[in-house]
Ligand binder design. Structure first.
Ligand SMILES: CC(=O)N[C@H]1[C@@H](OP(=O)(O)OP(=O)(O)OC[C@H]2O[C@@H](n3ccc(=O)[nH]c3=O)[C@H](O)[C@@H]2O)O[C@H](CO)[C@@H](O)[C@@H]1O
Ligand SMILES: C=C(OP(=O)(O)O)C(=O)O
Length: 431
């Protein structure tokens, strides 16, 4: 198992290219199940989750071809991958594959929409709460599927096809909205999704589905209208830039100090996070190519934050912002409203000397004048990178263990930070 050794104390100066978004690439790849023609996706990030989903889709019969890939390929640009689901050979998504990744459960909707049946293991993913799938199953039931849960699998059947319906989500759910969209595009008749997730990754999926021939209005708002069509065709689509990766590096730059340009970022996709970074004392400017984060000399100010669905402050940046606040000159309150157990990083940040106490869904962070390097454990994807942010300013050396969590969602993290003057080194544990 790999670990990362980080020597703290270096400022960050340079340019970091932002990759395609994991959370957009995954549903887009799954959308390839909806057509027997080829879906070409550009700017796909090189991540463990992408490789795992390629295996899951392969099991259903989706062929893939990575453009221009040769042995010894060193290009770091996003990959172009062609997915072709000419024939679905298996409608079961087994436990061994699905249990490792949350998004893999979303194959349920396109499989039922196209094949009239699916059997999908209940999902895994980051351990940040109970993460039920009741809203996703409710959406499929509204679209006319019969759902049974047997031996850890959700079994959905709609032998005569799905039919349009009104789906009202009791709580904003990204995965529920992806599921409803992918079911409704091939359903008979019209669907209205109310209280839909407005996340940019939902709008990106809808944009791609529209290129494939789907009829969708309102994606990116809380009401989405879909008119089902008989079939979808192939299309070409570029995955949108990763706003969470961008926000993470922006917080790393604000923490370490220096001057970093984040290339290929759409600032409007992370405005709330950028506003909080500015309140904390960094300067943020943007142009057509990306955003620049600068902090020189001045200390960090404490800033309260509450996570919310888009356009609010994303839960996927909560841990990173907490790391930043550990060095603020004062006390900040960080409230998590999306997941009930997304504070696993608190005890690990404490190993670096952070002072944080939990009061229900709020972490009270008392800024300290210095952090000190220590061995720490990565517990989930974003928690892991919050430890890296802490380590960037900690005195001495920090070793982050279990970095496979990081590899699920951050492409070339060490290289990108080292390119700006940080000192990170990946080490392989023996055995
Ligand atoms: C691969 C991917 O894109 N993952 C993202 C997605 O996760 P994911 O799609 O799993 O998150 P949801 O938006 O569905 O979850 C939001 C909340 O709704 C609850 N819920 C959800 C579904 C359900 O059937 N029942 C239920 O109670 C969840 O437990 C959570 O409390 O959106 C989250 C919220 O922005 C992000 O943190 C994840 O990074
Ligand atoms: C929680 C996340 O991923 P997943 O939903 O795949 O567990 C994340 O991307 O931060």
């Amino acid at each position: 198992m790999d670990r990362i050794r980080i020597v703290g104390g270096q400022k960050l100066n340079g340019t970091i290219p932002i990759s395609g978004a994991k959370n957009a690439a995954l549903p887009l790849m799954i959308a390839s199940l909806l057509t027997n023609e080829t879906l070409v996706l550009e700017n796909v990030p090189r991540l463990a989750d992408v490789r795992m989903l390629i295996r899951i889709l392969g099991n259903h019969g989706v062929d893939h071809m990575i453009d221009g890939k040769r042995s010894g390929d060193t290009t770091h640009a996003g990959q172009t991958i062609r997915f072709t689901a000419r024939e679905i050979v298996d409608t079961t998504a087994p436990y061994e594959l699905v249990s490792r990744m949350r998004a893999s459960f979303w194959v349920l909707a396109p499989l039922v929409a196209r094949m009239g049946e699916a059997k999908v293991s209940l999902p895994g993913g980051c351990a940040i709460g109970t993460r039920p799938v009741d809203f996703l199953l409710m959406a499929m039931e509204k679209l006319g599927a019969q759902i049974d849960i047997e031996s850890g699998y959700a079994i959905a059947r709609a032998p005569k096809g799905l039919r349009g319906a009104e789906i009202v989500f009791p709580k904003v759910t990204v995965g529920g909205t992806h599921t409803a969209l992918m079911g409704a595009v091939l359903a008979h008749g019209d669907t209205l999704i109310k209280n839909a997730a407005c996340e940019p990754e939902v709008a990106d999926l809808a944009d791609c589905l529209i290129k494939m021939g789907a009829k969708i209005k309102g994606a990116g708002t809380s009401e989405i209208e879909i008119s089902g069509v008989g079939s979808l065709q192939g299309a070409q689509h570029a995955v949108l830039p990763d706003r969470i990766e961008a926000g993470t590096f922006a917080m790393a730059a604000a923490m370490a100090g220096g001057d970093v340009f984040l290339e290929n970022v759409r600032p409007e996709l992370l405005q709330s996070a950028l506003d909080h970074i500015v309140s904390a004392g960094a300067t943020v400017t943007s142009n057509n190519h990306g955003i620049r984060i600068q902090r020189n000399g001045s200390g960090l100010q404490p800033v309260d934050v509450t996570t919310d669905p888009f356009p609010g402050f994303p839960t996927d940046l909560q841990a990173q912002f907490m790391a930043l606040m550990t060095r603020a000159k004062g006390t900040s309150r960080i409230t998590e409203t999306i997941f009930e157990n997304r504070f696993m990083h608190v005890q690990e940040l404490a190993r670096l000397g952070a002072k944080i106490r939990l009061e229900g869904d709020t972490a009270v962070v008392e800024g300290v004048p210095k952090l000190t390097g220590a061995p720490v454990m990565a517990t989930d994807l974003r928690a892991s990178v919050s430890l890296v942010i802490g380590a960037l300013v900690a005195d001495g050396e920090t070793t982050v263990h279990r970095v496979y969590h990081l590899d699920r969602g951050f492409e070339r993290l060490e290289q990108k930070l080292n390119g700006c003057g940080a000192i990170l080194e990946r080490l392989s544990d023996p055995g």
